[in-house]
Design a protein around this ligand. Structure first.
Ligand code: DI6
Ligand code: FE
Length: 408
């Protein structure tokens, strides 16, 4: 056998469901890499013979390998911060009140309109490094803090550039309909028209987005307006997804599921009818415990119903300055379990296999099997549950991206 790299002295949480064991685990495993892909994976005792003299051998010191983590929902390109609102909320103001009074998302929009591409790039790079240190190898980044054509394009360009200059793969999402810009507060339809007929064509022309998202909520866009935008995106060949049922139950998730959306995200207020609509489609349910925690939400997403109806659950950071200023994948694994009562295995699937599905890249990443991209992490842990159990001590020993060991 001629391979580029072989790993031994490891256990592997492959997350491959066809192995029919928890975590798709392979104890005392070995894995061989060739041309950026997994060429062989299995118990070390079955590892075929290979040229030990010419093949670099990596020893995992008895730790665990998992697929590289995937953060499938972030808003990580923004300028400024909203610590002042954090203070206001601690003095009694609600997130919705602040948004209605011109703060909230709009405050970040103003900061982003001011910022240069270079400034946004540098801020984004620092945040991407923070995620990468915790094992993230693929991230989704949304626009949505521009709300005018120029700034939306600026944010998406920065996201694309980050992907070119960083080992982490970046999938971009156009979220022009994230909030109603003050200029359009009395004419929302005109803004929807701008999103569909000016912004979206410009985004497509520069190939700046892989998907389109909308914030469907009382303080943002109605189900009907969301549907118009998502339909226009689909007609242009883009994937769609939706911020749905975060603060109230409008039925956006069911609408998105019928369109074949990749995911519906937040969904604290989703009811059983909505869950059933998801189960009849291939739409994933993206859970965002950081926003739940930071906004001190008390309505739990319908985890038991999602389990009952076998809807794939995704876990993501929603990293953003307003509702989830928490730039950490490992903290999300912990919060997925502590706040949403996911099992550690469900949490890990939510940041690997199911996250890949939500981004439409499940044929390449999200689990470790022959032919999959060699994106994986080596962790200094004795059992996979330790990833979500403990937080704050550095446990990520190595990251391999496309078969290359990343030094960070
Ligand atoms: N829901 C959220 O939680 C974020 N966006 C959204 O649609 C909040 C974004 C912000 O407050 O800046
Ligand atoms: Fe979000």
């Amino acid at each position: 056998m001629s391979w580029d790299q072989v790993w031994i002295d490891v256990n592997i949480a492959s997350m491959d469901p066809s192995l029919s064991v928890p975590y798709g685990e392979i104890l005392n495993a070995a894995m061989a890499i060739k041309e950026g892909k997994i060429a062989w994976i299995g118990p070390r005792s079955e590892l075929p013979e290979f040229d030990v003299m010419s093949t670099p051998l990596y020893r995992g010191k008895g730790g665990w390998i998992t697929p590289g983590l995937i953060d499938a929902h972030t808003h990580l390109i923004f300028a400024g911060n909203r610590a002042n609102e954090f203070e206001q909320r601690l003095q009694g103001a609600s997130y919705e009140e602040i948004a209605r009074n011109g703060g909230g998302i709009i405050a970040t929009v103003n900061a982003c309109r001011e910022a240069s591409e270079a400034e946004l790039f540098e801020l984004g790079r620092i945040r991407l490094n923070a995620l990468a240190k915790e094992g993230v190898t693929t991230v989704e980044i949304k626009s949505g803090y521009g709300l005018d054509t120029e700034t939306e394009l600026k944010i998406l360009r920065v996201a694309r550039e980050l992907g070119k200059h960083h080992h982490v793969d970046v999938k971009t999402t156009f979220l022009g309909a994230h909030a109603i810009p003050p200029e359009y507060k009395d004419n929302i339809e005109a803004y929807v028209d701008l999103v569909i007929n000016e912004m979206l064509p410009a985004v497509i022309k520069e190939n700046l987005a892989d998907a389109v998202d909308v914030f469907c909520e009382n303080i943002a866009f109605s189900v009907e307006q969301s549907k118009q935008i998502l339909t226009a995106a689909q007609n242009a060949g883009l994937d769609v997804k939706l911020h749905a049922e975060q603060l109230s139950n409008l039925g956006g998730a069911a609408m998105a599921a019928k369109l074949g959306a990749k995911s519906v995200d937040h969904i604290e207020y989703l009811d059983e009818a909505g869950v059933k609509a998801l189960s009849k489609s291939s739409t994933c349910a993206t859970l965002l415990p950081g926003a739940f925690y930071f906004l001190r939400e008390t309505q739990m997403p319908p985890i038991d119903l999602l389990r009952k109806h076998k809807v794939p659950m995704v876990l993501a950071s929603d990293y953003n300055p307003g509702s989830s200023p928490l730039c950490s994948s490992l903290l999300m694994l912990n919060m997925g379990c502590t706040l949403f009562r996911l099992t550690p295995e469900e949490a890990l699937a939510g940041m690997t296999r199911n996250a890949a599905k939500a981004l439409g890249i499940e044929d390449k990443v999200g689990m470790l099997a022959t032919g999959m991209q060699a994106d994986f992490c080596l962790w200094d842990i004795t059992t996979p549950a330790q990833l979500s159990y403990s937080y704050g001590v550095g446990v990520c020993l190595e990251v391999v991206k496309n078969g290359q060991v990343v030094h960070q």
